[in-house]
Design a protein around this ligand. Structure first.
Ligand SMILES: Cc1cc2nc3c(=O)[nH]c(=O)nc-3n(C[C@H](O)[C@H](O)[C@H](O)COP(=O)(O)OP(=O)(O)OC[C@H]3O[C@@H](n4cnc5c(N)ncnc54)[C@H](O)[C@@H]3O)c2cc1C
Length: 369
């Protein structure tokens, strides 16, 4: 699969490109960017994840707030079924409601229904301009109100990310960037579009954040300043190893107006189990990445990690969210599938799996217990 990295052909007139499933996501995005095009799905793992893996997990990223997730960009797939037959799904016609939507059944199926061998994706024109702002909130609740207000403001941000106080401290201890250690949250927000749209959008964002309790809002004056703001956000994962040797990064989602409540629940869980949990994520689409820090050599501590994970999932579901916004079910979330989906939906999914893979040879052990 790793050899299947060649980009096969692009079709500019249709704004679509076809590639083998093994192409690295960022190679595809860079190839298109050289021609002035934009492939928006941008998982943080884009430098090493494959397009096939992105489709299999329906990957998202920071830009998905405005532009949508991988599934929104998949026009066609070539899939090898469990019995060896090759199935082609979708195509280059924009509209197609002929038969069941098997294309979207395959997207996000985590390799349990077929092996994706070729992908045709849509792409769009690169936005002309981007503007970034960083807003510092002494109170998390105010940051929560600001998220909702920004989303309702018409600023139409492309990215809206949150770092809570645990993430701020972790990055500051690591990189000494001068982040405000007395703040309960930082929001990093980007607008884009035409130069006027991006500028107008960031002005609205700055104003709305100030009205909702931001102590300070900095708008990047140059691309370098913008990169510096994103550097803090992108350095969180790397900073965690200094605190504890192991981390378990979760991926829960909640409605975006429930972010302050979810963060409060995560802090309760952290205190209950005596485990540091660092919180950051895609605030604009309600997708948080609480990272539990631990030492896996300590078996008693690892038991507490497992209990804490269960409580995290329960909290997300109780607040109207789900187990995963990006990473999928895999193995770890299998025991919680029924809690999230209910018995009927799980039973229907098992029947689909049984119909397409009766001998259970495709990714055995994934998704279902
Ligand atoms: C540091 C880090 C950051 C991450 N950030 C993000 C993020 O921002 N957003 C996000 O959505 N995810 C993120 N992820 C999760 C992961 O990288 C993505 O889900 C990615 O889409 C997986 O692609 P991959 O090629 O790495 O697949 P793998 O990890 O190799 O596989 C993932 C699953 O897909 C199946 N699979 C892979 N290729 C195919 C194929 N061709 N056909 C059928 N099934 C296949 C595998 O069997 C497996 O079950 C992150 C992971 C890490 C480690």
């Amino acid at each position: 699969m790793k050899l299947m990295g060649e980009s096969r052909r692009s079709s500019e007139s249709n704004m679509m490109a076809t590639a083998q499933a093994g192409i690295i996501t960022s190679d595809l995005a860079r190839t298109l960017a050289r021609e002035g095009y934009f492939y928006p799905p941008d998982p943080s793992s884009a430098e090493y994840s494959t397009l096939g893996g992105n489709v299999a997990c329906n990957a998202g990223g920071a830009h998905c707030l405005k532009y949508g997730i991988t599934g929104h960009y998949v026009a066609a797939l070539e899939v090898v079924l469990a019995d060896g037959r090759v199935m082609r799904l979708g195509g280059k016609a924009t509209k197609n409601v002929t038969g069941y939507d098997l294309l979207h059944l395959m997207i996000g199926s985590e390799g349990t229904l077929g092996v994706i061998t070729e992908v045709t994706v849509r792409f769009i024109r690169q936005p002309e301009a981007e503007r970034t702002a960083e807003a510092v909130f002494p109170k998390l609740a105010d940051a929560g109100r600001a998220i909702n207000a920004v989303l309702a403001s018409g600023a139409n941000p492309a990215m809206l990310e949150i770092m809570d106080e645990t993430a701020i401290k972790s990055v500051e201890d690591y990189l000494h960037l001068g982040l405000p250690l007395d703040a309960e949250a930082i929001l990093i927000i980007q607008t884009d579009g035409s130069a006027e749209e991006a500028e107008r959008g960031i002005e609205i964002v700055a104003e709305v954040c100030r009205q909702n309790g931001a102590r300070e809002v900095r708008v990047a004056a140059t691309p370098e300043e913008s990169a510096e703001m994103w550097h803090a956000r992108h350095s969180i994962s790397g900073s965690l190893g200094r605190i504890r040797p192991n981390k378990l990064g979760e991926d829960v989602t909640v409605p975006h107006n429930a972010i302050p409540a979810m963060i409060a629940r995560i802090k309760e869980i952290s205190a209950r189990y005596g485990l540091p949990i660092v919180i950051f994520g895609h605030a604009g689409d309600g997708n948080l990445h609480p990272n539990i820090l631990f030492d896996k050599r300590d078996l008693e501590e690892f038991e507490r990690v497992e209990q804490a994970v269960g409580d995290l999932f329960r909290a997300a579901v109780e607040l109207g969210g789900s187990l995963s916004g990006e990473h999928g079910v895999g193995v770890l979330k299998r025991p919680y599938l029924e809690m999230a989906l209910g018995p009927v939906a799980v039973e229907v999914q098992k029947r689909i799996k049984q119909a397409l893979d009766p001998h259970g040879i495709l990714n055995p052990g994934k998704i279902f217990v």
